[in-house]
Design a protein around this ligand. Structure first.
Ligand SMILES: *Cc1c(COP(=O)(O)O)cnc(C)c1O
Length: 425
């Protein structure tokens, strides 16, 4: 039986607790699980039987969350981890090796640009950044050593929607997986797997938990990629020495990536999500569609109001008819353009500083996707190490403020923005 998202966000992955009948998913605050007998323990360690061993690998509260996110995204399986950035490493780990590279969109979360341009070099991996609106350039950037294409659905700092179908067609032709960061869209606005994504990564820290309480991440596998079609993905297709020559793809089929992520990724990288955090995120997801509807409604109204304000030079919300990406919204994000955009002020850097300091309901923080409305002046904070040219390229010029619209009364948010804009002029 297939259910709608409003039903799945409440029920997927959860069933009454077999021990107590508890209706809500219990927080299994335990490190280890008693084996039935020595044979059971041996079978679990050999991956011959699936079960709970140790909470670095699996935990029932975390499993419920994995099943819920996988179901909402239309994937075969999912693995949760300790943050969105951990999820990105977990997604790449089975695919990559020294000398191999990924091709990623220039329009990405600032932390992702640092992770891909600097930190992954320590593993011998590299990244080529390309403008994903230039499809010929994306195709040209892929070489024999490329093992994944990476982009965000609605890209940070907001205002951009990726043409996922066009990018998926390119990665398909190259025989490599497309990894999509769906943090800013969430499965309520877009299911990247329906547009050809192989893997979907999330910072659950943002809209999935939704209220700024948890740091968490998730990798969802579509289960659709044929890891054995080439010799490019030996971790998944070739014998694994740590498990007596077991081949993950041959043994686990469309769950190969998920099993590998647990049996190798979590086991050895240890980027585990804790059960308390999983519980908060399960609670958050129960109201995902309700919150996203309100984020979208508020953002649309406020972006249109801002666009007509005398202090404002430009608003990048893709839901506005003035956005060059407006035509992609109905195709890629049919339920709305999200809650994230940037606003450019005529009063420049100084004006932006006065604007963020004058806001009363909006908080100046390095986060997004909260029930609360948030702003950040990227040029003086997250992007302050970059040159002016790099700031402009990243959509974080000195006169730009990023806004994450919350679920408060839109009249109150507009009144707050109005007084702060007046102070900024
Ligand atoms: C926040 C964020 C990340 C990183 O997630 P953390 O949970 O902070 O590690 C990655 N991608 C996007 C789009 C984000 O907004």
């Amino acid at each position: 039986m297939t259910h709608g998202i409003d039903t799945l966000q409440v029920h997927a992955g959860a069933r009454p607790d077999p021990a107590t009948g508890a209706r809500q998913v219990p927080i299994y605050q335990t490190t280890a699980y008693v084996f039935r007998d020595a044979d059971h323990a041996a079978a679990l360690f050999n991956l011959q039987e699936v079960g709970y061993i140790y909470s670095r690998l699996t935990n029932p509260t975390v499993s419920a969350l994995q099943e819920r996110v996988a179901t909402l995204e239309g994937g075969a399986g999912a693995v949760c981890c300790s943050s969105g950035h951990a999820a990105q490493i977990m997604a790449l780990f089975p695919l990559m090796g020294p000398g191999l590279n990924i091709v990623a969109s220039t329009r990405a979360y600032g932390g992702t640009i640092t992770q891909f341009s600097q930190t992954i070099k320590r593993f011998g991996w590299s990244c080529t950044f390309v403008d994903f609106d230039d499809l010929a350039a994306v195709e040209a950037a892929i070489d024999d050593n490329t093992r994944a294409v990476f982009c965000e659905t609605i890209a940070n700092p907001g205002g951009y929607v990726t043409d996922l179908d066009a990018i998926a067609a390119i990665s398909d032709r190259a025989g490599i997986p497309l990894i999509v960061d769906n943090t800013a869209a969430t499965p309520y606005l877009c299911r990247p797997i329906d547009h050809g994504a192989t893997l979907v990564v999330h910072s659950m820290t943002k809209y999935l938990t939704g209220n700024g309480t948890v740091t968490g991440g998730c990798v969802v596998d579509s289960g659709k990629f044929d890891w054995s079609a080439s010799d490019k993905f030996p971790s998944l297709s070739a014998p694994e020495p740590a498990y007596h020559g077991l081949k993950f793809h041959e043994t686990f089929g469309n769950l190969a990536f998920t099993f590998h992520s647990i049996a190798i990724g979590l086991r050895d990288l240890g980027m585990t999500l804790n059960p308390q955090a999983a519980h908060y995120t399960l609670m958050g997801i129960e109201t995902l569609s309700l919150r996203m509807q309100k984020h979208v409604e508020n953002a649309g109204r406020i972006a249109a109001w801002l666009e007509n304000h005398p202090a404002v030079e430009q608003v990048t919300y893709p839901g506005l008819p003035s956005s060059p990406y407006n035509d992609r919204v109905s195709r890629i994000c049919p339920n709305g353009a999200g809650g994230l955009f940037t606003v450019t002020l005529k009063s420049g850097y100084e004006g932006c500083m006065k604007f963020v300091d004058s806001l009363e309901i909006f908080s100046h923080v390095a986060n997004l996707g909260d029930t609360r409305s948030l702003v950040i002046h990227s040029a003086s904070t997250t992007h302050r190490q970059l040159s002016k040219e790099q700031q402009v390229a990243a959509g974080a010029a000195p006169n730009v403020v990023r806004i994450s619209i919350g679920i408060e009364d839109p009249e109150d948010l507009i009144a707050d923005l109005d007084q702060a804009l007046t102070a900024s002029m």
